[in-house]
Design a protein around this ligand. Structure first.
Ligand code: NAD
Length: 492
């Protein structure tokens, strides 16, 4: 069967890229090529940015209620299509269907929150700031914005940004990850169907060439980037050079701290979901467990390894497992799998104990990029397997002698995206919330990913900007808070 070549969506039309560089898009569970994605040229990015700028004057002057009416329609279409969209996410990314359904739901929730813009975008007024003078803060849209997306949440991540940008009166150009371009391609069709004016939302497929053109483009007011910290830093520097606003959400190594008083069995189940969901490729997945106390450490090592063996490793679209809650699909690519295998070897060479070896799980299969749950114990904080974001189903277990020691391990790590503590003790939990240098904190919650109305983002090198994603936070990014000082002289 011929494989479809994806199109860009520019100025309200689906257009075929003129690029000669075309990549196959792979279903990582089967190795099958499911589409072809063009690596668009800088000229094509320029056309999308021009379309977004052309659309801006009328769109920003459109009443906010009308802008939100279209977003309500988009939300309705996403709700109608939710199951198809979830299957598309699973087909191109390999995560389980329950995980993909949750992803689509979060995209929908962000659209719904953005529909509250008539309230959220209101400014402030200080009557009588000085004699006969009023001070006022109004939020004004800025122009065209761009977004560069990662592979691990093909649909949800762009929704942390673009519904808010559109609702506030800005226009948009999104570049999905070249590894998973299908879900956002379908979203572009839904945007078109509900009738957003041409140029308000544009989509350009491509790789770093298209992304770099967006980042340096003088016609964009700002860029939202989500991906590795290494690329995020490059994007941030280029945005500073070219005078743009930027948001850059980067890599992670999220810790779960287990106090001796934690409820063992629910904690272990919760840890398994956190570590192996999306094959360990969630930015909020945990991949490091810190057990406080010797006896607690020994018990957690034993129970966690046992529970890890129960994870079902399979193609998530196999009807026999499609609705199982703890199915672990493949990692995204052969390249990612090779990197993970290298890191496992590194852990062995560093002297950590390989308590559960998932390497065999994948090697016996003909197709797909599978690995089984892998657990290292006796891990020390300086080891590479603790320092590196492995982004696969590999978990390291460390020991600390106290809560202070555990917090120190988390705080000395380069990344500060998320961290959770398991305890029934409010004093421990309070200290953890206040003292841990991570942007998102959980208490007895293994994946402390905030819901759509709350800000999403980490600290340290996990966040290379001040402004976080989602909800109210991102409204600051997409609007200028213009301050007006106003006086009228009385009539004679
Ligand atoms: P990546 O950095 O390899 O790619 C991300 C995007 O950047 C892609 O669209 C890619 O085409 C583009 N890109 C590549 N090189 C570029 C360059 N030189 N300049 C500009 N853009 C370039 O990331 P990935 O592997 O797709 O995603 C996984 C990473 O994303 C992990 O590190 C994960 O932790 C992170 N992530 C973080 C969050 C968060 O909230 N902090 C959320 C999701 C994913």
């Amino acid at each position: 069967m011929p494989v479809e070549q994806l199109q860009n969506y520019i100025g309200g039309r689906f257009v075929r890229s003129s690029s000669r560089e075309i990549l196959g898009v792979e279903n990582p569970g089967t190795g099958e090529t499911i589409a072809r994605v063009p690596l668009s040229t800088p000229d094509e990015v320029d056309r999308a940015v021009a379309a977004a700028n052309e659309a801006f004057p009328d769109w920003s002057a459109t009443p906010v209620a009308r802008r939100c009416e279209l977003l309500f329609k988009l939300a309705d279409r996403i709700r109608d299509e939710a199951e198809n969209l979830a299957r598309l996410v699973t087909t191109e990314n390999g995560k389980s269907l329950p995980d993909s359904r949750a992803e689509v739901k979060r995209a929908l929730e962000n659209t719904e929150v953005a529909c509250g813009m008539p309230v959220l975008q209101q400014g402030d007024k200080l009557v009588g700031a000085a004699a006969e003078i009023d001070g006022e803060v109004i939020r004004v849209p800025l122009g065209a914005f761009g977004m560069i997306a990662p592979f691990n949440f093909p649909m949800m991540v762009p929704f942390w940004f673009f519904p808010y940008a559109l609702a506030t009166g800005n226009t948009y150009v999104v570049k999905p990850s070249e590894q998973v371009p299908l879900s956002m391609g379908r979203v572009a069709e839904l945007v078109h169907e509900v009738g957003f004016p041409p140029g308000v939302f544009n989509l350009v497929h491509g790789d770093r060439v298209a992304a770099e053109r967006l980042t340096e483009h003088p016609g964009l007011e700002g860029i939202s980037f989500v991906g590795t910290s290494r690329v995020g830093r490059l994007v941030a520097m280029k945005c500073v050079e070219t005078g743009k606003r930027f948001q850059a959400l980067g890599s992670a190594k999220n810790h779960l701290v287990a106090m001796p008083d934690a409820k063992m069995e629910p904690m272990i189940r919760n840890m398994v979901t956190s570590c192996y969901g999306c094959a360990g490729q969630r930015c909020m997945a945990s991949s490091a467990i810190v057990a406080v106390g010797e006896a607690n450490y020994r018990q957690i090592c034993e129970r966690f390894v046992e529970a890890s063996k129960e994870v079902i490793v399979a193609d998530p679209l196999d009807p026999a497992v499609a609705d199982e809650p703890m199915v672990m699909g493949p990692v995204i690519s052969a390249k990612a799998r090779r990197f993970i295998l290298d890191m496992i070897q590194r852990g062995i060479d560093e002297g950590a104990t390989l308590a559960l070896d998932g390497r065999e799980e994948g090697s016996g299969r003909q197709k797909g990029h599978f690995l089984g749950p892998t657990v290292f114990t006796d891990v020390k904080p300086g080891m590479k397997i603790h320092q590196t974001e492995i982004f696969g189903p590999v978990v390291v277990i460390l020991k600390a002698d106290s809560l202070d020691g555990a917090i120190r391990i988390v705080n000395e790590h380069e990344y500060g995206n998320g961290a959770s503590v398991y305890t029934q003790n409010g004093h421990y939990a309070r200290r953890f919330k206040l003292e841990t240098l991570c942007g998102m904190i959980g208490v007895n919650v293994g994946i402390p990913a905030p819901v759509a109305p709350l800000p999403f983002g980490g600290m340290k090198t996990s966040l290379l900007a001040d402004i976080k994603a989602q909800g109210r936070a991102v409204i600051d990014f997409y609007t200028d808070r213009r301050i007006v000082t106003e006086r009228y002289w009385p009539e004679e």
